[in-house]
Design a binder for this molecule. Structure first.
Ligand code: ZN
Length: 422
């Protein structure tokens, strides 16, 4: 018997296939096909290796009408987010960053103990911990049942997807929010118009919605094709984002690029008539046009670069294998699985992967199963090379692994071009 489907899934079936999620026209053209892969966050237990693993096409396209970059085939969100293995507090860099974001929002909007902040996709509550340091009221929204007991137990939660229906319930139970946040969540949303309608319901007059998401410009500049996996329906540029919000009476009032992960976009959205549009918005739009983010040919060139990374890395790994070198991986982020699957790397090429997250240790990667173990293993058996899958945290990881490197261990960084770091 089929599991009861969430309303988002029912919507999934009524949306015409391949229509753009922003302008709803059918002008989306695939520019990169990464094959059929398993879900990037579905690390499996040993017992689960015996079970069939669903694979889905992973294709990304460009909308010729509005310029929005998006997956052309989508997986129902319930298959991805109700049991979730990514936790924000697993990285020191990310925790510090989220706390800094809470400081900025509290200061910019003068929030105090009478104000409510709603964080959509609150994960383990790391960002809301930051807000609680300022005495602000908080509510976290997240469909992941397995994360509800993690992190700060003082963070109140709504366990479910955020959409126009749950927004009504949230506003009734907790009241309207002075600020709403979504960090690394907004690109997950397939039904963006329904989502923004929900924001309109929950956000108090004068309130601000702050988005942090991977930025398509960074993806292009860094060859970061591993940002592409099924959870990430969208690869936002500012121009299509403005178009989306305009339809709901909102505008982007501030936009900035951040160094966190491999670069992110932080956009602040308010109702038209509220908030002053900062110069930063026009500056970024000009930059996007200069880089050709509004042109499909830019993305076709990007796809060529991605295929080159594959060729180069496979050649390097083959050479190392011929020399009898041992290669393992560092970091089990979802993005690592895009790279491993696209290059068809399994446990023969990468013996094991080390990762600090206790939720992933003892599990196996999706697709070809590579075991995930504790980082201490690196010093215990000193393999020759480590493929840096979590390359966006390169600095932090290289510093933590100073001893492994001192003993002769080397790191392979896959993007934007394949290189070795001693
Ligand atoms: Zn479009």
């Amino acid at each position: 018997m089929a599991e009861p489907l969430h309303s988002v899934d029912s919507l999934e079936r009524t949306t015409p296939a391949h229509a753009c999620i922003v302008c709803e026209r059918e002008e989306v053209e695939t520019f990169l096909d990464l094959g059929e892969t398993a879900l990037a966050n579905k690390f499996r237990t040993r017992a689960e290796l015996e079970e069939p693993e669903p694979h889905y096409p992973l294709r990304v396209g460009f909308c010729r009408e509005c310029g929005h970059v998006q997956l052309t085939e989508r997986v129902p969100p319930s298959a991805m987010f109700e049991d979730y293995l990514y936790i924000s507090s697993a990285s020191d860099t990310l925790r510090d960053h989220l706390h800094e974001l809470s400081d900025v929002v509290v200061a910019r909007f003068g929030l105090d103990a009478t104000d409510l902040v709603v964080d959509i996709g609150c994960n383990d509550g790391t960002l809301l911990d930051g807000f609680q340091r300022h005495g602000v009221k908080t509510l976290g929204v997240d469909p992941a049942r397995n994360l509800a007991g993690l992190g700060n137990s003082g963070v109140e939660r709504y366990v479910g997807f955020f959409d126009s229906d749950s927004a009504v319930e949230i506003a009734e139970r907790w009241g309207r929010a002075a600020a709403m946040t979504a960090t690394n969540t907004f690109p997950h949303i397939p039904h963006v118009h329904d989502f923004v309608a929900g924001i309109d319901t929950v956000l108090a007059p004068g309130g601000a919605f702050v988005i942090e998401a991977h930025y398509v410009v960074d993806m292009l500049e860094q060859g970061a094709f591993d940002t592409i996996y099924h959870e990430h329906v969208s690869y936002w540029a500012l121009a299509p984002m403005q178009r989306l919000f305009a339809r709901h009476g909102f505008h982007v009032v501030n936009a900035e690029r951040l160094p966190i992960h491999h670069g992110q976009l932080r956009a602040t959205v308010m109702r038209v008539g509220e908030g002053t549009v900062q110069e930063s918005v026009e500056r970024l739009l000009t930059e996007e046009r200069r880089l050709g983010v509004d042109n499909v040919e830019t993305f076709e060139r990007f796809a060529d670069e991605v295929r080159r990374i594959k060729t180069d890395l496979l050649a390097m790994l083959a050479e190392l294998r011929a020399q009898g070198k041992r290669v393992v991986g560092y970091g089990a982020p979802a993005k690592g699985n895009t790279l491993l699957a696209f290059l068809e790397l399994g446990p023969r090429a990468i013996e094991y992967i080390v990762d600090r997250s206790p939720l992933k240790q003892g599990r196996f990667t999706p697709n070809a199963p590579i075991p995930v173990v504790h980082p201490d293993r690196l010093l215990e058996d000193q393999p020759d090379y480590v493929l840096l899958l979590a390359w966006n945290f390169a600095e932090e990881i290289l510093e933590q692994q100073a001893e492994y490197r001192r003993q002769g261990g080397r790191f392979i960084v896959p993007v934007p071009r394949v290189r070795i770091i001693p």
